[in-house]
Design a protein around this ligand. Sequence first.
Ligand code: PEP
Ligand code: MN
Length: 259
Amino acid sequence: MIEDSFNDKFSSDFKIIAGPCAIENEETTYKVANCLKKMGLKYIRGGAFKPRTSPKSFQGLGERGLKILKNAAKENDLITVSEIMDPRNVDMACEYLDIIQIGARNMHNYPLLKEVGKTDKIILLKRGFGATIEEWIQASEYIRLEGNESIILCERGIRTFEPQMRNTLDIAGVSYLKKHYGYNVILDPSHGTGKRELIEPMIYVAMALNCEGVMIEIHPEPEKALSDGEQSLSLEQFEKIVGRVREKMKKPLMNKPLR
Ligand code: PEP
Ligand code: MN
């Protein structure tokens, strides 16, 4: 069964998927890709089709962005992740991507879910920011029923009355999913909090929840990023955090007596 082998493979270690919010140009993409390779990481993200609130904001480079992402990934032996919004772009995207991301705004885009369900790609399905857990699961069923069982669910925060954070990361919801279903679940603390200083603690939360990994936005110069710079980590900050995460993972889970 595809599901078993995919689930076994995917849940065998903790994944850190990282990259810029948007593919902006070759230079930043290669800087990020080289950095990931140097750190021994395997997954690069970057949006080429950006779902922006304002139609006047940077919309992404489209297919040219996917090309840049694929080339940078190929040179650095990385797996590519990027969002597709339009069902008509799915065939084209398959040439460039290993993992197709369905963004929060498109969790309810059923023609898109059906179309990616016909591919043999891994699908990363983000939770809609107004969607219940049940609606999220049912959205994943649209993909599964077309024959594609390689699905990763990504919690990226929901809208609540709390204005301090960009979104509210529903960690109890993720815990519920992990306890009651066999799904692969990752956390996106970048969109889930909107604050770069909260990303490291949320990585430890993801590990505690038994998640398969995290997705994080990074940029060589966050202050110049064309989107989501305020929540993106610089490459230096990211390297330090991953170093600490690796240290923590090495520690045995044991309470030694102090004396
Ligand atoms: C993204 O990952 O860049 C993105 C747009 O995320 P979301 O769909 O969760 O808002
Ligand atoms: Mn973003």
